[in-house]
Design a protein around this ligand. Sequence first.
Ligand SMILES: [Zn+2]
Ligand SMILES: [Zn+2]
Length: 212
Amino acid sequence: MDVIELFHKDGRPAKVWACGACRRVARTEEDAHACCQPVHCKTCGKEVEERHWTVCRPCRAADFEAREQAKWNAAKKVHVADYDGVAVCEELEQFDDAATLFEFWDDDPDHEGLEDPRIYATRPTPLTLDAADVLEDALERQEHYEDAASDLDPKGYPLLQAYLDLWLEAHSSVVSYVPDYSVAIVRDRALVTAPEKEPKEKEDLDAARAPF
Ligand SMILES: [Zn+2]
Ligand SMILES: [Zn+2]
């Protein structure tokens, strides 16, 4: 591609170049050359259609799918009947109990080649309040003097914390759920991860004890 070199008014080179096709300015002559040149996908070699990408869209999608599948394969599989927490389905982008997620999945026929949804367990994260944080926030919000926190007697924290914990107990409705990608929920019993075998030594010990 043609490259335009830019000069100052007095004729000094500006050390700036521009692409001759689209006039976009580039920091180096090499970048200006490459500007409107077709980019070939690093993975498959086909021309990349969108700007600023070095890998084409189908290859990016395939790479994403491979990583999702690897994450799924590595997860421990639990049967839907044995999990009663909140679950998350990545494909449906939804949190609910696992059985409901399977129902939603079955109600929607269009899943782009995926037979069963990838449903994962979650960890509940309730709202917490920390006495020191609450005081620090208050001091900052009210713009008290610097180091005001150091004038608070830390012996008072446990009392405030006890009040806060009591309050939280009565206001436990805020709970967020964080996906736990180490546990997957399946509805096919054949996919359930076998329970870990007890160490050999323990088996021997149990066997030795058996006659008594
Ligand atoms: Zn260009
Ligand atoms: Zn590609």
